[in-house]
Design a protein around this ligand. Sequence first.
Ligand SMILES: O=P(O)(O)OC[C@H]1O[C@H](O[C@H]2O[C@H](CO)[C@@H](O)[C@H](O)[C@H]2O)[C@H](O)[C@@H](O)[C@@H]1O
Ligand code: UDP
Length: 883
Amino acid sequence: MPGNNYNCTPLTPRSRLERLLRERELRKSFKYTQSTEEAKDGNKEGEQFYGDSCTSESENLGAYDEDEVTETNADARVFADERPSKQRLLVVANRLPVSAVREGVDSYHLEISVGGLFLSDSYIYCVKEFDTRWIGWAGVNVPDDVGQKALTKALAEMRCIPVFLDEEIVNQYYNGYCNNILWPLFHYLGLPQEDRLATTRTFQSQFDAYKKANQMFADVVNKQYEEGDVVWCHDYHLMFLPKCLKEYNDQMKVGWFLHTPFPSSEIHRTLPSRSELLRSVLAADLVGFHTYDYARHFVSACTRILGLEGTPEGVEDQGKLTRVAAFPIGIDSERFIQALELPEVQARMKELKERFGGRKVMLGVDRLDMIKGIPQKILAFEKFLEENSHWHDKVVLLQIAVPTRTDVPEYQKLTSQVHEIVGRINGRFGTLTAVPIHHLDRSLDFHALCALYAVTALVTSLRDGMNLVSYEFVACQASKKGVLILSEFAGAAQSLGAGAILVNPWNITEVAASIGYALDMPADEREKRHQFNFRHVKAHTSQEWAATFGFNATLTEPLDALGRGGQIRELELKLHPNLKEPLKKLSDDPKTTIVVLSGSDRAVLDKNFSEFNMWLAAENGMFLRRTSGDWMTTMPENLNMDWVDSVKHVFEYFTERTPRSHFELRETSIVWNYKYADVEFGRIQARDMLQHLWTGPISNASLDVVQGGRSVEVRAVGVSKGAAIDRILGEIVHNKGMKAPIDYVLCIGHFLTKDEDVYKFFEPELPSESSPVARAMLSKSNSYRPSLQKFTPNKTAFSKPSSYKKQRSLSNIEKREIDNWRSSYRDRMAVHEGSSVLDLKGDNYFSCAVGRKRSSARYLLKSSDDVVNLLSDLAEHSSSPKT
Ligand SMILES: O=P(O)(O)OC[C@H]1O[C@H](O[C@H]2O[C@H](CO)[C@@H](O)[C@H](O)[C@H]2O)[C@H](O)[C@@H](O)[C@@H]1O
Ligand SMILES: O=c1ccn([C@@H]2O[C@H](COP(=O)(O)OP(=O)(O)O)[C@@H](O)[C@H]2O)c(=O)[nH]1
């Protein structure tokens, strides 16, 4: 594609690209070898693939030795004969993974920054494929040269490079534009009122400071940049950065990832600097979000606000493509799982047990932020206590509220509000010896947190980009199988919804009821729910997340090449055992032609029907064969299949997040099926998926989205059973050299609504209810079927569809389409055979839908058993076998 940086000749030396590709291959083969070895070893679950280097780096602050820690032993095994030089990755984030506290003129104490991004992102160190450097603010104001030099030196040992922001900038850029404007807006809390009296709080002055700060980050990156480096910018703090970087060097590979939600374009539209920010982000080559919803919102903001074109790959502006995709973050689950075995964590768990002995503990772990819904959570807990007096002295809510952004007035107000509510509830329900809510305004260290996670968790974010706390909680539940109550407005709901109790945090009554449900949940249900989520959390790690984004920004390879695929499981079509015999007889009847028209692919039909003498039409009629002959294609020319990769990524994403769902890739369609998944959760996921397919960047592609009862299917435009039937009939008539007109058609199916066009092909308008044909139905059928002499079907099996009474009139387009098919068919028949071969006048055509209430078919059969009975009846009356 012209202008697509990723498809141009690589700017990095070819040998380097080759090395990277080779490295990626090795990585994949290592993964493979590792998993086979694990299987042999009794599954040691990813034994320290990256864990070793991770722990050594994050725990021995300041003791970094490049050669020592960049590769684990496992790695060394893989790269034994070839040690490629690594791709350099410059990670730029507002806050460095370590924060500095000044202890003297030229000495600093470094500690790990608390917070989602940093706890998870510090693992980027562990992505062995990259030689990573961090660039960011160390959270401290260092105005003097001596201090700056000393801090730069101290951080260098951690591979961190500081950006020095003065107090004024921090106030206007970080407290102001980032946390008082963008943060609430991106979380649907709206914009604050602009304060005209305070010049430091106007949008314009804060936006100017934001741009200035972004330029300061860019200056540091530019200084560090070496040709071929990949620069990964993080979060809403740095939306201006991609533009600054590309202005400096348009060959730089730049990725930008947002950790918060990206709101609907209607929300983003209210932002005074809406266009400038979008354009700056679009300067990046790759833009990533946690979920498809956020990615879709971003693309639609670009199309609606900037008037640009959204494509399945991203956003296009005058030939330049910015790729947009979902890269959901994960955690280092092994780190949490293993921590539970540590003596210090065990000791803390024991302490907690003694402290709250006999009471069930509900846990909340959040930064004290408006988006986390802490007041709503506490109010729901109050309601639960109000309505369940028998739980009063048996349950306690432990809320860890980590102070955050304490210089922003809104956060200060929130702190007072929460304290007030907690005080009131404790006064109301507390006793001399116990209070129902333990509220801590502080952060906890890793071990304390792990010990705490072994209870029931309550995450009620009003909006949350992802919410790692819910992942960490799941990772720590191996023995307890505690229940997770999770806000449907957290990104994590899409991944952990199968096992969590999903709630609307604004609905206090619902959250209160969910608390009761969680507390009383039987062990087997807890176990089942836990397993769904545990599997997900273990499989989708922060390591994989960072590697996937990094490689995408580097090489633009398709996502599935990084191991996301491989989930395809065929729908298992199995023939009803009692159908074999009648089918055999009918297919041997010389006057009967049987066609099996299915959405399944050729292999599935081959497997099930090869033994019969019939016609098989696979993939909704796109492929056809007589069982005695070869497959031929009836596919229309120029069938556009360009959309397949984009849709496949969407299906993979939802398959990974919907336990027991699967998808099947066919030649002309792709089907996601959730019939084995939890029905309710499957429907929620299907709704989100459809939303994305219908309104997202793929919506312009030439495809049809077909919604089934428990499936979503995407097909090339023009693929339907009705559209295929004329080609199929044409072929059969030609092949058999049929001269006499077809005087009887029986069409039975369990079709998706879209495929009911096959009924309409034979009979565009159903007869009105008073029609004698409709009433007489199959009882007269034998007189129309020369080969089924004494056929008397079991009338009780049939009923009229409810749509029969209120016959939906066909739209003009539908009528036109059907007329076209019919006339094209008849024309062809006329050309090939010299006379019409389809002689259906309405009383010798029978259509039956199976297991449906509404249908375009004339008659309904309740179940597949009825189909078996009907076909058995038919077979009994069929004429003698073919010779
Ligand atoms: O650096 P702070 O201002 O103290 O804030 C801490 C971080 O908060 C936000 O975290 C987000 O990232 C998480 C990981 O992707 C995600 O799970 C969560 O939903 C987000 O809220 C913020 O986006 C980070 O930049 C901050 O560092
Ligand atoms: O006392 C605490 C409370 C939380 N966290 C960590 O802070 C992160 C919070 O991330 P999340 O995505 O849930 O929300 P964020 O605060 O980033 O919005 C998690 O990794 C927690 O383990 C922590 O280290 N100490």
